[in-house]
Design a protein around this ligand. Structure first.
Ligand SMILES: CSCC[C@H](NC=O)C(=O)N[C@@H](C)C(=O)N[C@@H](CO)C(=O)O
Ligand code: FE2
Length: 254
């Protein structure tokens, strides 16, 4: 049985006390001025608006929310209550992640719009290490980027190449509320970035090139049709009307 810890000692290269954040391009999704303001406060922007007990209420078993459900694009609140309910939520997220053959899962993917992710890049209960990150911030990314054929539990059966920085530096809280900094590279860096994007309402196809996106367009349309027939609602987004957001597709400077 893998230890359920908040941070890996093998995969994570360093674990330091919470120091000042770097002023150098922390996340491609946050303006440097905003990040500096956050660094001075020592909190993420999401923590300006914390989740209430209602926001964190859930009914097991959790179910994966599929594209194009609007929950995947909604704002995710910061967490400042580190209690038994939060531990139970993380446990349930691991359960559904393993059952669905995932290697990472973010809270919005199970319908809870808060800043929480779990991952185990080994993908098997009892192997690798289980990592839980609360209110994460990326404060530095490598210049070097790598391509990887990614899949997402919210897009069943769809895989396509996504380019991302090879390594990153993160500031986060653990399941007990303790602050820490870690460096990630390899598959853990990939999984973390995929889940971190979910926490910003960014989906993996937002980072694909036009060419790669074309290769999965019909599969995305099929999910939109499925959503419409299951809910009786119009799909909140359509890949045919998709406008690339340059600030999402690009990378911050390392
Ligand atoms: C490479 S980052 C993928 C993270 C993703 N998390 C949430 O959506 C995820 O777990 N996707 C799965 C489809 C996945 O990558 N599963 C592994 C193991 O089965 C795979 O190689 O397909
Ligand atoms: Fe995903």
């Amino acid at each position: 049985m893998a230890a359920r810890c908040s941070v890996s000692h093998n995969a994570l290269l360093s674990l330091l006390p919470r120091p000042m954040l770097s002023s150098r391009a922390p996340s491609r999704l946050l303006r440097p001025s905003k990040v500096l303001a956050m660094a001075r406060r020592g909190f993420s922007s999401q923590e300006d608006d914390f989740a209430s007990p209602d926001d964190l209420r859930f009914e097991p078993p959790l179910k994966i929310v599929e594209y194009p459900h609007p929950i995947l694009r909604a704002r995710n609140k910061g967490i400042n209550t580190f209690d038994e309910n939060l531990k139970k939520l993380a446990d349930e997220m691991f359960d559904v992640m393993y059952k669905t053959d995932g290697i990472g899962l973010s809270a919005p993917q199970v319908g809870i719009n808060v800043q929480l992710m779990v991952f185990n890049s080994a993908g098997e209960r009892g192997e690798g290490e289980e990592i839980i990150l609360v209110n994460p911030i990326v404060y530095r990314v490598s210049k070097k980027t790598v391509l990887f054929n990614e899949g997402c539990l919210s897009f069943p059966g769809i895989y396509a190449d996504v380019e991302r920085p090879a390594s990153i530096k993160i500031d986060a809280r653990d399941i007990t509320g303790g602050s820490f900094r870690v460096n990630l590279s390899g598959l853990p860096a990939r999984v973390f970035q995929h889940e971190f994007d979910h926490l910003q309402g960014v989906l993996f196809f937002d980072r694909m090139t036009e060419e790669v996106l074309s290769s999965i367009r019909s599969q995305l349309k099929a999910l939109e049709v499925k959503y419409e027939s299951q809910t009786g609602l119009q799909s909140p987004e359509r890949i045919d009307d998709y406008k690339r957001r340059e600030e999402v597709a690009g990378f911050g400077r390392a």
